[in-house]
Structures are given as C-alpha cells and as structure tokens.
Design a protein around this ligand. Structure first.
Ligand code: CA
Length: 276
C-alpha cells in the first residue's frame, strides 16, 4: 500500500565513521489538516552528515519552490566543498567560526542568493522566502545554523533544550520583555518571521556548535509542530517512543494533527550512538 500522499518519510543511518559516533536519523513531513500543499522541505545526506529542514512562504506554491531550492542549494554547496582544500569563500571566512561552520554558513548564504535570483524570474515567485534549520557534523560536534522560526532542540537525558532562538517578531518582543511567552503563542503576528532566505542579500544567520554525546537526540522541526505542541509535550512524546525514531516522529506528527494541524508539520530526529 502506498503511504498517504500527505505524509512522507526519510529514514537513514550514518554508519561507522572515524569519530566513533553513529547517527541514526528519521524524518517525517506532513501537510497537516488545513493546508492543501506542503511547503516544507527536508533533506538528509548521511554521507555528508548534513541534515536540513526548510519552511517555505509565498503564494501560488512559491513557498514550496523556495524551500526546495534552499535544501538543494545547501546540499550542492556542501557537496562542492567536500574533501577540504581551498576554494573562494564568496561571503568571506569568519575566523570566529570553525571550517565546517563556515561551510554551512556559506551554504545558507548561497541558498539565500539563489532564492533571491529565482524570485526575479517569474511573477508568481516574487516575495517567496523560506526559513531554514540545518546541521552539519564536524566530528562529534553539531554545527547548527538557522534563519527564521524553524527550530533545533537537544534532548539529553530526557531534558529538552532549545538550540535556536526564533527570528520572529513575537520572540523579539519576548526578549525585550514586552510580551510573555504565553502571550506570544496567541499573538496574531506569531507567524511573522524577521529573517528568512529570499529576503535581503545581507542575511545574517545564527550558528551554534554543540558537542554531542552518545545517547543524545537532536530534533529539527518547523513551526507546524511547535505552534501545536509545547516543549514538555514534545519531550514526553519523544521519551515515550523509547529510542524508536520512527515511532517518535509519527507520534509528534499525529499529536500536532490531533491538536488542529493548522500548518505543515516537519520533524527530523537524529540519534547519536557511541560505537561499541
Ligand atoms: Ca510553517
């Protein structure tokens, strides 16, 4: 039987590598219960140790085009620069950031330029944009980059910790102390992002390095999950799956749909295991 057209999965395992860490991953994207199209995109390249989620915005399916172009461009750049060596850094080399961090940051900025270029080619693409959250492994260190309100969380010993802070209007008000976190969740402008790929050419992305340990799990997700489920619910559902990533992504998507499924839902889980 074919899977439901509204739900797609990606399953993969990164085998033994020189760092002694195995990464299992599973991802699921679902249209949700209200939208006709799924404008989220996801991408896993186990060999490159690259994991990406994007949430597109724009009318006439342009959001879908933007999020697809984002994951494709990021993949392309990481592929081009695989194996080290020197190459021109089109957006400069940030000395405060590792080589792999620079690669990922540059990949995002390259994707941004490509979306801006593409948005000029057709009237219906005008104004299209996408959020992104991406992980590129550097040994056992996760480089996490994001723009917009797609998020990354670390789950370590059942505790869920955010690794990203939304680039959104409501989050800026919460940081200034003008809104409470619970007001932000209900605010009519809660979906307004302040940074995205496809907007300005001088995009700034946030990069974070997080050393991973055996037993850790990373969650990447779009706001279709976090607008429906609060963090304790997310932690509980992942914990209840007992390390089964497929069950965990299914439970997260099902619960987001049970609570309304007002947006496309994309979840990706990476589980880090020490090799025996
Ligand atoms: Ca969304």
């Amino acid at each position: 039987m074919l899977p439901s057209p509204s739900s797609r999965e990606r399953n993969t395992e990164v085998g033994a590598d020189p760092y002694g860490v195995t990464i299992l991953s599973h991802a699921r994207t679902d249209t949700g219960r209200r939208r006709k199209n799924n404008e989220d995109s996801l991408f896993i390249d186990a060999a490159l140790r690259l994991f990406v989620i994007a949430d597109g915005m724009g009318g006439h399916a342009a959001g879908e085009v933007a999020s697809k172009l984002a994951v494709e461009s990021i993949h392309q750049f990481i592929q081009w620069t695989n194996g080290g060596g020197t190459f021109p850094w089109p957006f400069g080399f940030d000395k405060n950031v590792s080589y792999q961090g620079n690669r990922l940051r540059t990949a995002i900025l390259y994707a941004n330029r490509r979306i801006i270029e593409a948005s000029k080619t057709r009237k219906e693409y005008r104004g299209m944009a996408t959020t992104v959250v991406a992980v590129l492994m550097d040994g056992d260190v996760a480089n996490v980059v994001h723009a917009g309100d797609s998020r990354a969380y670390l789950i370590r010993e059942s505790e869920l910790t955010p690794l990203t802070s939304d680039h959104s209007w409501v989050e800026e008000q919460v940081e200034k102390g003008d809104l409470t976190a619970s007001d932000a969740r209900e605010h009519p402008w809660r979906t307004m992002v302040t940074r995205a790929l496809g907007g300005k050419t001088d995009l700034t992305v946030d990069l974070r390095r997080k050393p991973m340990r055996g037993g850790d799990t990373l969650l990447l997700c779009t706001d279709g999950l976090t607008s429906m489920l609060q963090e304790p619910d997310i932690a509980r559902l992942i914990g209840a799956a007992n390390g089964n990533l497929e069950d965990a992504t299914a439970a997260l998507v099902a619960e987001a749909n049970t609570r309304g499924g007002t947006d496309n839902i994309t979840v990706m889980l990476l589980r880090f295991q020490e090799q025996p």
